[in-house]
Write a protein that binds this ligand. Structure first.
Ligand SMILES: [Zn+2]
Ligand SMILES: [Zn+2]
Length: 140
């Protein structure tokens, strides 16, 4: 997506577009994976006067609109990723040694159903599965 496409996509979701917000979402699209507000801020702050609070607020908006989802929090850092047709909900793997996060294969409909059923009559609107262990680099 070029800037114009990103802009009209956000506007189609009723999101106010500013230069800073456009820069943040372009950064998210470039990352193609998991990111935290701090990652985005680090990547942007050397060329744009954007503070961390602005990034956090925008991520909250994107989350409310279903454009990004929280994946997990590691200590106090919250990680997000884009939601889209080609990025269905999937489990994540976290290496407890180097703290690397990886996206795993998407859950099938039956897998998701299993988790939802295990919650009984609780109202579930989000399934997040995190497996942890040692990644290939650390497991040598
Ligand atoms: Zn590792
Ligand atoms: Zn993922």
């Amino acid at each position: 997506m070029d800037s114009l496409q990103v802009k009209s996509f956000l506007e189609s979701k009723d999101i106010k577009v500013t230069v800073k917000r456009l820069a943040v979402i372009e950064c998210i699209l470039r990352i193609k994976g998991l990111f935290s507000a701090i990652d985005l801020h680090n990547q942007l702050s050397d060329r744009l006067d954007v503070d961390l609070v602005t990034v956090y607020r925008f991520l909250t908006v994107l989350k409310e609109k279903g454009i990004v989802r929280d994946v997990l929090s590691d200590e106090s850092v919250q990680y997000f990723e884009m939601t889209s047709m080609d990025n269905p909900a999937h489990p994540h793997f976290k290496c407890y040694q180097c703290h690397k996060l990886l996206c795993l294969q998407p859950l099938t409909f039956d897998d998701s159903l299993f988790f939802i059923q295990s919650a009984g009559d609780l109202h579930i609107d989000h399934v997040s599965v995190v497996l942890s262990g040692l990644c290939k680099d650390c497991d040598q």
